[in-house]
Design a protein around this ligand. Structure first.
Ligand code: XUL
Ligand code: CO
Length: 441
């Protein structure tokens, strides 16, 4: 077996004073933070599609890098890619990976040929998982958006034939996820949306999407899948309007179709900002609705309105993210998947390692800050105090259902005015507490 990244050493923790670019400055996998080793709190995953496949192509030009791993034949590229993926994860101390079916093996001329190719490559991946026993599958998924047949969607395609083909493709991806012991399965609505309502039967499309999800879940459970299902919300791109717009929209959809007990959220930072929300907002909505599951860790560019999928380096954002994760009780089956790619100009294999180190260190810092935000106690104490009127008196009577609207009228008439009960939100003070914590780690 050849080494694909022979000039890159195994990345180790060297501490904040290290100037070695190929070392972690903050991510110390076995250090205990908030009661668990960092590797268990953060559960980093490699995204196969960006890391092993994408080579820089954009709307204006082709590849700037090369992801052929020394081969020419597409299946040999796929085999080498799998070996390279495990070498990369091992060197970066990444314990999980995520893949679409078409990332790991090229699509064949027929569904049967595609499936046979997937069988071969997943046999190889299963062997590699034995060789590297720390590395596990965080989640699998099916690419039901790239092929021409999916130009009008998969589960929401006007053609029942395309719906059937997508179902068959997802069935296979689900079987492979089970074969590799996956902890989760993701549905990102690739082209499940519309370009114009003039040609769209929205009601039928949404009913069909729910039908596809229900079929997949029932089948997966019947073949022994015990992991979590996730929908990954995104508001637009590739379609003008994606049905899984944001977490709140998806929660409404799941409740309408009775799927809310079966599916959680995979929240992606750049999708949140595309929906004009903060990353933290999406995580909070998921947590409050009991559907927080997993995370696609990346960041967008505030000046660009599309999904740039940059490696996350903004420590304020990673801190707010990990604050929500810790408040949700940490990850169970989910984790932090780097759905991120190096910039087109960062085209060397070294850049990929440097980008992962940057992202992992940013999340290690975020975790430590988030833990301190909680243990420091001042933020929680402020929120408790702000809502204290609900713990006794009229507030407690409203919550218990004892107070009627007539009682509230009587109460208000007696008071005459309640402006004196209003207190400051203290936003600036709270933001400065976060800064104090960040710079006193
Ligand atoms: C696309 C995206 C996908 C999903 C998996 O924006 O995020 O890569 O994460 O299909
Ligand atoms: Co994603």
């Amino acid at each position: 077996m050849s080494e694909f990244f022979s000039n890159i050493p195994k990345i180790q923790y060297e501490g904040k004073d290290s100037r070695n670019p190929f070392a972690f400055k903050f991510y110390n996998p076995d250090e205990i933070v908030a009661g668990k080793p960092m590797r268990e709190q953060l559960k980093f995953a490699m995204s196969y599609w960006h890391t092993m496949c994408a080579a820089g192509t954009d709307m204006f030009g082709g590849d700037t890098g090369c992801k052929n791993y020394g081969a020419d034949d597409p299946m040999q590229i796929a085999r080498n890619k799998a070996e390279a993926a495990f070498e990369l994860m091992d060197k970066l101390q990444i314990d999980y990976f995520c893949f679409h079916d078409r990332d790991i093996a090229p699509e064949g001329a027929t569904l049967a040929e595609s499936n046979a190719r997937l069988d071969e490559i997943t046999d190889l991946i299963a062997d590699l998982m034995k060789k590297y026993p720390k590395i596990k599958l965080l989640w699998g998924t099916a690419n039901c958006f790239g092929n021409r047949r999916y130009m009008h969607g998969a589960g929401t395609n006007p053609s029942a034939d395309v719906f059937a083909f997508a179902a068959a493709q997802i069935k296979k991806a689900m079987e492979l996820t089970v074969k590799l012991g996956g902890n989760g399965y993701v549905f990102w609505g690739g082209r499940e949306g519309y370009e114009t309502l003039l040609n769209t039967n929205m009601g039928l499309e949404l009913d069909n999407l729910a039908r596809l999800l229900r079929m997949t879940i029932d089948y997966a459970r019947s073949i022994g899948f015990t992991g979590d299902f996730y929908i990954e919300p995104k508001p637009k791109e590739p379609t003008k309007h994606q049905y899984d717009f944001d977490t709140a929209t998806v929660v409404g959809f799941l409740r309408k179709y009775g799927l809310d007990k079966d599916i959680k959220m995979n929240i992606e930072a750049n999708h949140a900002t595309l929906a004009q929300h903060t990353f933290q907002h999406e995580l909070r909505v998921a947590r409050e609705n009991g559907v927080f599951g997993s995370i696609d860790a990346n960041q967008g560019d505030v000046l660009l309105g599309w999904d740039t999928d940059q490696f996350p380096t903004n420590v304020y954002e990673t801190a707010m993210c990990m604050y929500e994760v810790l408040k949700a009780g940490g990850f169970t089956n989910g984790g932090l998947n780097f759905d991120a790619k190096t910039r087109r100009g960062s085209f060397t294999p070294e850049d990929i390692f440097l980008a992962y180190i940057a992202g992992m260190d940013a999340f290690a810092l975020g975790l430590k800050i988030a833990d301190k935000m909680i243990t420091d106690g001042r933020l929680d104490a402020f929120v408790d105090e702000r809502y204290a009127s609900w713990t006794s008196g009229i507030g407690a009577d409203i919550i218990s259902g004892k107070a009627t609207i007539e009682d509230l009228e009587k109460y208000a008439l007696e008071k005459g005015d309640v402006t004196e009960s209003v207190t400051s939100g203290r936003q600036e003070r709270l933001e400065s507490i976060v800064n104090e914590i960040m710079f006193n780690l």
